[in-house]
Ligand binder design. Structure first.
Ligand code: GLA
Length: 338
């Protein structure tokens, strides 16, 4: 029994998921594979092949531990808590998503662990949106990063050749054809690693929550720009980013529908500027990677994921040669049993 879950790129819509906003991610072909064999009793034996590291524990005895082990223990505990009658298993984890790179190695790991554990126990997974929420609890409660649902939904619901327009207020997911007219989407590593739990991610999330409190609303989706401008710094800037980023997602979907790739490029640039200047999640290394993509012929480029390091994404004009260390990303299918 082998499960595979992809990482994701996000065309646009950053730091909007936990603000009830809009995003346009897609699953990529790089991901995490978990091979599972049944084991008698209620014991889990896990090996992280790339790290040459092991863990073993029994159901009910799992406590929070650092690193990759938190994901395995969290997956087992959250599935049990949700009422799935798991069997013991031996798990072998291997992956090809660069860790801490903003391509969501964490969600790929959570999702493939859950599919493998359910599969080896002979259980059906049920609704994928519910499974995405369960996977997100692994991250918030066991790993300590207060992330939203962007990565898990993209990994579970990904479709070949389509991005997913996700409305995080209603959890409505609409596939959008990603026809690039000869352009290429590529990612480039800024060389700076981030860990969501330790970076400023949780702080940004708290700032958005505080902005809502000050305005007396439940989510920044309900806020208009003039309301946001009344907030003191840095809350006004944080809210401005979220409001304008939602609008950019909306405009990107329309631009894709009219196949207006130069408009998409301009929106990617505007997203990066807003993430850098208003949301303040870029770094010198990330800005330098964006500049390298532009020099290579990108008509738009921006940081992707939580920020504070990781990868950047660029839209390369037809015929432009990507930098040698760039990775072309294309929308592929979501998580599955192989
Ligand atoms: C990380 C989180 C997501 C999302 C992005 C920013 O990838 O895991 O939930 O908030 O950052 O858009």
């Amino acid at each position: 029994m082998t499960a595979f879950a992809p990482g994701r790129a996000n065309l646009i819509g950053e730091h909007t998921d936990y603000n009830g906003g809009l995003a346009l991610p897609f699953a990529i072909s790089e991901g995490v594979t978990v091979r599972a064999e049944p084991l008698a009793g209620s014991r889990i034996e896990a090996v992280a092949c790339d790290l040459e590291a092991r863990d073993s524990f029994s159901f009910g005895q799992a406590r929070a531990v650092p690193g990759w082990r938190a994901f395995v223990r969290g997956a087992v505990a959250e599935l049990l808590r949700a009422g799935f009658r798991l069997r013991g298993a031996r798990l072998a984890i291997s992956g090809r998503v660069p860790r801490g790179a903003g391509l969501s190695s964490s969600a790929a790991l959570e999702v493939s662990l859950c599919l493998a554990l359910l599969g080896v126990s002979g259980l059906t997974e049920g609704d994928r949106i519910e499974l995405a929420k369960l996977c997100s609890r692994i991250e918030t409660e066991w790993v300590g990063a207060q992330t939203g649902l962007l990565d898990q939904l993209a990994s579970l619901l990904g479709e070949r050749e389509r991005a997913l327009r996700i409305d995080f207020r209603s959890l409505e997911v609409t596939p959008v054809a990603l026809e690039l007219e000869g352009h290429k989407l590529v990612t480039l590593d800024s060389g700076e690693r981030h860990a969501n739990a330790a970076s400023g991610y949780n702080q940004r999330r708290a700032e958005c929550a505080r902005a809502c409190e000050l305005l007396g609303v439940d989510s920044l989706r309900e806020v208009t720009l003039p309301d946001a401008e009344r907030l003191p710094p840095p809350f006004a800037q944080r809210a401005r980013h979220v409001i304008t980023e939602n609008e950019r997602v909306h405009l990107t979907v329309s631009a894709l529908q009219r196949r207006d790739l130069s408009a998409v490029g301009a929106l990617l640039d505007a997203s990066h500027e807003s993430l850098r200047d208003c949301f303040q999640v870029s770094t010198t290394a990330v800005d330098a990677a964006v500049a390298r993509l532009r020099e290579a012929g990108a008509i738009g480029a921006r940081l992707v994921g939580g920020g504070f390091g990781g990868h950047v994404l660029g839209l390369l004009a037809p015929g432009a040669a990507p930098p040698r260390d760039a990775l072309e990303v294309r929308p592929g299918p979501g998580a599955r049993l192989l």
